[in-house]
Write a protein that binds this ligand. Structure first.
Ligand code: SF4
Length: 442
């Protein structure tokens, strides 16, 4: 039997990449490859990359540079790059990094075992980055390392072409997976002990538009929620323009659909939203938030925000703060705008100075901190069912898990409650987390 090999896999960026990395681990696991966190003892080194943020390529190349010595001393080691940077750069990467062995695109993850075998056999550069019309078929469903959560891709790519975003260029057009295949994957995951399923896509709400079986995203959600053993169901990411009344209604129907929605608003100014080509207005967005809260009063809302987009003036920025005050998000990911080469916004004049961007980001993040404190403070005294993920980084017998609203809770626990859903009374809070007491069930 072939000796066990070690894989060092580093993942950058979004949940789509996390899901692909889980899939990579499972695929290679079937080739007697286990994971290591030390690149120096690895036989296969893979970077799963993201190019959403500025300088992403730069980071990847400097990371690859670090592996040059490893390749020198242990020439059998296979070094590969996947994800969005690989998709964008393709064969060019071999010219820039001669010690690189393989480059695989966002649609080519399933081909990885064959690509690795080819490198082992022929010791040549191997590159596969073509898009396929349909997402890759299911090979090995992949739970997360905790064994009880899993991401399931339902749609790949994006047709929206928001002016700041590179995704449609590196992930291709929207392509939904057939519902039967998704349900099959969910069933297998549940049999493996998975309790929480997150359906993933760059824009999940578009699910099914490219299929002819009449199954759209609300219908898919109902089908997945109906699989026995799916205790918790989540989905991300949703484009506000595609958040239909029917999808909102599903929150009122399905008890195992979690009380959380990530709904990226990006800006509160209609002018900036139109520059971003987001296809909704601040008022339209707020109307949807109101409907959601009527349907599920306890729903936690999170968002993404960009400050300093080309053309954003003080007044536009104020509108973003006003929208935040109106919604009071539970959490927000906020960024200074930076140019992504190849996008439509890259041709716009970057009119906001770095100083202004920094200042606006600080004001926005301070406001979000206030809102996070208020929203989490409202949880104190309540008892939440918490899915226990494992020991908390805080150590000292502390465990961590998440509420249905996706809020992190730290509490004193013990090994036997790991992977269980247990009641936890919230006794304290900060802007980013809750602290609780496990309520023993007698
Ligand atoms: S919806 Fe816009 S921001 Fe989201 S992936 Fe598509 S183009 Fe990018």
């Amino acid at each position: 039997m072939e000796r066990e090999k070690k894989l060092y896999l580093k993942t950058f960026g979004c949940q789509m990449n996390d899901a692909d990395s889980s899939k990579i681990k499972n695929l290679l696991g079937s080739m007697n490859v286990s994971s290591t966190s030390n690149p120096k003892e690895a036989d296969i080194i893979l970077l799963n990359t993201c190019s959403i943020r500025w300088k992403a390529e730069h980071k990847v190349y400097s990371e690859l540079g670090r592996f040059k010595n490893i390749k020198k001393t242990r020439p059998h080691v296979i070094i590969g790059v996947g994800g969005c940077v690989a998709q964008q750069e393709g064969e060019e990467m071999f010219k820039k990094v001669p010690h690189l062995d393989l480059v695989f695109g966002t649609s080519n993850v399933n081909r990885l075992p064959e690509m690795i075998k080819k490198v082992e056999r022929e010791r040549c550069h191997v590159e596969e980055t073509e898009f396929f019309d349909r997402p890759e078929p299911l090979v090995y469903p992949a739970p997360e390392e905790d064994g009880m959560r899993a991401y399931v891709n339902v749609i790949r790519g994006c047709d929206n072409f928001c002016t700041y975003c590179i995704v449609p260029y590196v992930r291709g057009r929207e392509a939904s997976r057939p519902a039967e295949e998704i349900i099959e994957e969910v069933k297998i995951l549940v049999e493996q002990g998975v309790k929480e399923i997150t359906l993933l896509g760059q824009n999940v709400n578009s699910y099914g538009r490219d299929l002819s079986d009449g199954i759209d995203f609300p219908k898919l959600l109902r089908q997945v929620a109906g699989v026995g053993g799916v205790v918790r169901l989540r989905f991300t990411t949703s484009h506000p323009k595609d958040l239909s009344d029917e999808l909102i209604a599903v929150f009122g129907e399905l008890p195992n659909l979690c009380s959380h929605l990530h709904l990226p608003v990006q800006s509160g100014s209609d002018k900036v939203l139109s520059f971003m080509r987001r296809d909704y207005t601040a008022k339209g967005y707020l109307d949807k938030v109101e409907k959601l809260r009527k349907m599920r009063s306890d729903i936690a809302l999170t968002t993404d925000l960009i400050v300093g987009f080309p053309g954003e003036e003080d007044d536009d920025f104020k509108k973003t703060l006003e929208l935040m005050n109106e919604v009071q998000y539970d959490a927000a990911f906020s960024f200074k705008y930076s140019v992504r080469p190849g996008t439509a916004a890259a041709k716009m004049k970057d009119s906001v100075t770095e100083e202004e961007k920094k200042e606006r980001l600080k004001i926005l993040q301070d406001l979000q901190m206030e809102h996070g404190n208020i929203k989490n403070g409202q949880e104190v005294g309540k008892v939440h069912p918490v899915l226990v993920e494992g020991e908390s980084k805080k150590g000292d017998g502390m465990f961590m898990g998440r509420t249905s609203g996706n809020k992190v809770v730290n509490f004193k626990g013990s090994e036997e409650i790991k992977s269980m859903i247990v009641p936890v009374k919230i006794i304290n809070s900060s802007a980013n987390a809750l602290f609780g007491e496990y309520q023993l069930i007698h």
